[in-house]
Ligand binder design. Sequence first.
Ligand SMILES: [Zn+2]
Length: 326
Amino acid sequence: MSVFGRIAGGLRQASLLSARSRGVPTTLPWAPLAPARARFSDSKIPQYLNSWVEPEALWEYNDHMERTNRAKEVDAEVGELGDRNKAWQKETVKVDPEFFTRIGQGQAPKYLWIGCADSRVAAENLIGGRPGELFTHRNIANMVVSTDTNMRSVLQYAVDYLQVRHVIVCGHYDCGGIKAACSVKDHDLPLESWLSSIRDVYRLHKDELEAIDCEQERHKRMVELNVIEQCLNLFKTSDIQRRRRYTASRPDEFPCALPRIHAMVFSPADGILRRLNVDYRKHLGDAINIYHLCSRENFSCVVLYIALLGQTDRKSRNHPSSACAW
Ligand SMILES: [Zn+2]
């Protein structure tokens, strides 16, 4: 059979499958003589593509009325969300009649909040926040990954357009993402790929973490170290460096380099949000030459740069081969 013949045969089979899924009779003139093979019926284990997932679940609406009715019952579970929204909207208007008129005109949040996707740590809940206060980005284990276009787009928009004054990275104890990354288990793609960035944090702090005997305390410290590393990752982004340089060079307009970067940890066990004291100068000093974080032209970091220049030169003299040691 020619290539075109095979393609035409494939198209006929696809059309037949589509017609069957819609309940259309398949005894049409163009139906192939041999029965078409349903894509997933040949194997007991469906083979899903990593690039996309076939909407197999949608078939229930067409083929199985009994299952469709059960699905409707399950769908009805979200009805409570509508009821709760109505109650919340009513209460909000009662307290502040102009609230929705105000936020309907746009947003000007002071904070970008980067948090974990865990259902217990929604940012607004932790601080008793209201709509319009936080620009948020959440993912598994509150990661700042340079190749994550989702996170980078949120960061760019927050920094350049909303001009937030603070960026907060907030982790939480009992984090499933951190636990998964610290376990010896293949979670399959794409999750496993995501967890590898968390494992990098463990590798960087392996000595400190493995010196902690208590497993729970080790987990908590790993959560904190992960938050700190993600804050450092923020400093490595051009968005943060550009904005901080701009604001630091205009002391009449801005009190200091903005946005400020804050590390925080939330504990679901007691509901308390804690700040982590991070010596950014120390951490960034260690990484300044590796990532080219600052230059003579970078006003916001120029003092740090000059202070570190002598230290770097001394190191180079003492250890001539250190330039290529890593
Ligand atoms: Zn988490």
